[in-house]
Write a new protein. Structure first.
Lengths: 779, 128
């Protein structure tokens, strides 16, 4: 995109998405009863900004709608209209349509007037607005006389205030404005803000510190919890090896802690080693702690403050010995008018117009202030094409494979573990891992955008079935891989619709049962043991298991005499072609069943499970891997095949003894583990590599934990390694293979299959006692 | 040297789209010495290191609105003389009157085209 306008237009639509998000947030707060003017302002501003941008690009439909919405919000803001629940629902509808209009404008599409018309009509009726006439405002511009002298690029004396006709010449004459208390009007406080905050810690342990079992590393880690740290170790005192007394410490450290916390919190870290070390904590003297010489004072207030500590003529006083109070910037008349070089400005990446102020300027009436650090800046962001990130992800994947191959070669070469190559490789491994995690973090984004879309689904679907429903969300800031978020939209939409349509009872039934009139649907996301768990729950009637079972029998999905546990009945919902609603409503009966939901979750390497309590509600729980690119796996051997078992599925590994093993029937075994019994599965037999073994005594088993809390013991021949493997999908070439999640390339170039333990166990435990090879797979 | 080569401008707007649009328009008039800030407080901070002749600021911004920024500029000896062009989506009489009292040099209502912006600037600083 070379056309700057096209680029700005594209960024406008991205910005609109952010504004729509804060619009939803604001409305949600209002709906929750928040009447804070700032909340209303956020809503107003979001609509206002979208309108403003849209106007610049001539997006008339969008402008027209946004204008009416904005006018209504302005009424709310001015306190002339107090929205009730109904009004806020209407605002939500407006926000949804505004989103539609933005996307339509982006995609050169249109939104039907039949959609916008009625909502606008309602809006006008509700708020009682008439289209106002634009007032013509007279204003005479006030000219500035800019004298550029002989054409040098100097900043001339800026025109004095008297040149401005309407301007007040004294501050007193100004009307008092409600300025935010923290407004940095170039005050001393504001300037002090720009200095670096933190401490330098000099730490030299005495022998007693080590003798009492303390470990400097833990202290540094505790410091890291306070702020960013950089640690320098001084090992100059180390004697030669032959003179080294192992009971004497020779090291000392300097740690720089960047933190907002007080010195006290830094001291507290060392509380328990007090007296066991030399400890010096000094406030950081920021590089900003200086003022550029200038002919005029920066701000009167600064001078006043400075007078308290030094004579006005004095040189800069910010000395490192001073307590870390505040004024690191002092103004003082300088002997020469030549200013210090202007600092490089922190510029947010959106504006690339100026990175550096011109260097050759002379002093004007301004006092150039050298400031470093960006404490009050919002976090800078860069927008990057997703393709570039994906390329990086792929490259990191290759790096992981390459690293595995290198390790293998090193091992094969028979180098000792403490050889420089081996230790170097160790570090390489750690770095690769760090890079991989960082890259994954780039791809991750908060799941919030997805949750907000679900808000709309709830509003629309509850309206269409005439139920009163409220959506609660939690964990919106949980970061999830972008692709996962995109591919979750459809299954989640379906589950939400299901919850509203089938999960929740009708309003009458709820009241009959003594429940609140309003049904609740809760959507949560959280990180749990290396996975992301998303739950959709409702406080409805729960699964009617009798009816589900009946339906399954009718559809010949299960035999009429099947004995099923509650959870087995619940899982019938995931069978293809299953639908319990007596009549298919136009909401969830859209030809998509829970089986489709399940397979799309599985395609993401995820699992889905149900828990339901009669009369209390149903919860669907989706568990997803953090990343789709690599996983930590245990490399095992079974019947001369190499397989990878995802590490997060393995609870523990053990060697079987005779007493652990109990026979259960003629062809199955269970393993006794700490008082409980767990079914034993022979991985080789399950995958059809070989027949079940004669004896498993002395064999190795992996204890697999499942989402539903069930466990299984997987017998393997040997555990070879534990390592990070790059996931290479198989589905493109082979379709979905039961029990197998994907494949990978090992260090020796060999291809190994990655197991899906839960699926494997599920497939195996579904059968009774007859265990036969079903999936003949040959590596 | 033309005025446009000398003129230093700071664009203040919380929307990066608007900053981009204004900067782009300024560029088309040949004004290249342009800094920008996403809110009033950071504008004040940047101004300290990069003094300008003219601030072009949006009115409706979170935290500190355009008029509050103007007030801050006029309250400070060093920034008192900077020209101020307010861009506003809603040209309310109240805003304009307050702007007048605070020493606003000109205002421009959104949406505007590059010619409109140029006119509004030239009304303050003269022919570019």
């Amino acid at each position: 995109m070379s056309d700057p306008m096209a680029e700005i237009r594209a960024s406008f639509f991205i910005e609109c998405e952010e504004l729509l998000e804060s619009l939803q947030d604001g409305l949600q707060l209002m709906d929750d009863g928040d009447t804070d003017p700032e909340t209303i302002n956020i809503v107003f501003r979001a609509v206002h900004s979208i309108k403003g941008g849209a106007g610049a690009f001539g997006l008339d439909d969008l402008v027209r709608f946004a204008h009416r919405f904005e006018t209504a919000m302005d009424e709310v803001r001015a306190g002339r209209f107090h929205p009730d629940g109904e009004a806020i629902r209407l605002f939500f509808a407006c926000a949804d349509i505004l989103g539609d209009l933005v996307r339509a404008a982006r995609d050169d599409d249109q939104v039907d007037d039949a959609v916008t018309g009625p909502v606008l009509e309602k809006l006008d009726k509700l708020v009682g607005l008439e289209e106002e006439e634009e007032e013509v405002l007279d204003f005479t511009p006030a000219t500035l006389s800019l004298d550029f002298g002989d054409g040098l690029l100097d900043l001339p004396d800026l025109p004095d205030l008297s040149a401005l006709p309407a301007a007040a010449s004294s501050v007193e004459g100004l009307p008092s404005l409600d300025l935010p208390a923290d407004m940095p009007a170039l005050t001393a406080e504001a300037l002090a803000e720009t200095t670096t905050k933190g401490f330098t810690v000099h730490f030299k342990p005495e022998n007693a510190l080590y003798a009492s079992g303390n470990e400097p590393l833990y202290l540094f880690r505790a410091l890291r919890d306070i702020g960013d740290i950089s640690v320098t170790c001084h090992c100059g005192d180390l004697p030669n090896l032959n003179q080294l007394d192992p009971d004497t410490g020779h090291l000392s450290w300097d740690v720089t802690v960047h933190t907002e916390e007080s010195e006290q919190s830094v001291r507290e870290v060392f509380e328990f080693v007090d007296g066991l070390c030399v400890l010096e904590i000094k406030p950081l003297t920021g590089t900003a702690a200086m003022i550029a010489p200038a002919s005029a004072p920066v701000v009167e207030k600064v001078v006043e403050k400075a007078v308290e500590t030094a004579a006005p003529e004095a040189a800069p006083i910010a000395s490192p010995q001073k307590p870390p109070v505040s004024i690191k910037m002092v103004t003082a008349p300088a002997p020469t008018p030549k200013p210090a070089p202007v600092a490089k400005l922190p510029v947010d990446s959106d504006d690339d117009t100026l990175d550096e102020a011109p260097k050759d300027e002379k002093s004007g009436s301004f006092a150039p202030i050298k400031a470093t650090g960006t404490p009050t800046q919002p976090r800078a962001t860069v927008r990057v094409d997703l393709e570039r990130i994906d390329r990086l992800v792929n490259l990191v994947g290759e790096l992981v494979i390459n690293q595995a191959m290198l390790s293998q070669s090193v091992t094969e070469a028979g180098l000792p573990p403490n050889s420089p190559v081996s230790t170097g490789l160790e570090e390489f491994l750690q770095l690769t891992r760090d890079i991989q995690e960082s890259v994954m973090m780039i791809r991750a984004q908060p799941i919030k955008s997805l949750f907000q879309r679900m808000g709309r689904i709830v509003r629309e679907s509850s309206a269409s079935v005439g139920k009163d429903v409220r959506l609660y969300t939690d964990g919106e800031n949980t970061e999830v891989d972008k692709t996962v978020i995109e591919r979750l939209a459809d299954p989640l939409t379906h589950m939400i619709r299901n919850a509203v349509d089938h999960g929740l009872e009708s309003t009458e039934k709820r009241l009959e049962r003594g429940k609140s009139r309003e049904g609740h649907v809760t959507l949560t996301a959280q990180h749990r043991s290396g996975r992301i768990v998303i739950e959709v729950s409702d406080d409805g009637a729960g699964i009617n298991r009798e009816r589900v079972k009946q339906k399954a029998i009718e559809k010949e999905l299960i035999p009429a005499d099947a004995q099923l546990s509650d959870s087995e009945i619940d899982n019938l919902l995931f069978l293809p072609g299953f639908s319990t609603a007596a009549e298919i409503s136009n909401l969830s009966g859209r030809g998509v069943g829970m089986d489709v939901v399940k397979s799309s979750i599985q395609a993401l390497g995820g699992r889905i499970s149900i828990t339901s309590h009669e009369g209390e509600g149903t919860t669907f729980s989706i568990s997803l891997p953090l990343t789709l690119a690599v996983l930590d796996g245990m490399v095992v051997r079974v019947a001369d095949e190499t397989l990878v078992v995802p590490l997060n599925a393995i609870l523990e590994t053990l060697t079987l003894t005779e007493t652990d093993l109990k026979a259960l029937g003629p062809e199955t075994h269970v393993v006794q583990i700490r008082g409980g019994f767990v079914p034993l599965l022979d991985l080789g037999a399950e995958l059809g590599y070989r027949k079940p073994q004669d004896s498993y005594v002395g064999g190795i088993v992996l204890l697999i934990g499942q989402e539903d809390g069930n466990r299984a013991a997987l017998a393997v021949d040997a555990i070879e390694d534990q390592r990070q493997v790059v996931i290479k999908g198989l589905e493109g070439s082979y379709g979905r293979i039961p029990g197998i999640a994907a494949a990978t390339i090992l260090g020796d170039g060999q291809i190994a299959l990655i197991l899906d333990p839960t699926d494997l166990v599920g497939q195996a435990s579904g059968r009774t006692r007859v265990r036969q090879p079903q999936h003949a797979l040959v590596g | 040297m033309a005025l446009r080569d000398q003129l230093r401008v700071m664009v203040v707007d919380d929307m990066s789209t608007s900053r981009g649009l204004i900067t782009n328009a300024l560029d088309s008039y040949g004004i290249r010495n342009v800094a920008s800030a996403a809110d009033g407080p950071s504008a004040l901070q940047k101004l300290a290191a990069y003094p300008v002749h003219l601030v072009i600021s949006d009115y409706n911004m979170p935290g500190m609105d355009g008029l509050q920024l103007l007030h801050a500029l006029r309250s400070n000896g060093a920034t008192r003389g900077i020209g101020f062009l307010l861009i506003t989506g809603r040209a309310d009489r109240e805003i304009i009157d307050m702007g007048k009292r605070l020493g606003m040099n000109n205002f421009l209502k959104k949406p505007f085209d590059p010619a409109g912006l140029r006119g509004a600037i030239e009304a303050i600083v003269g022919k570019l």
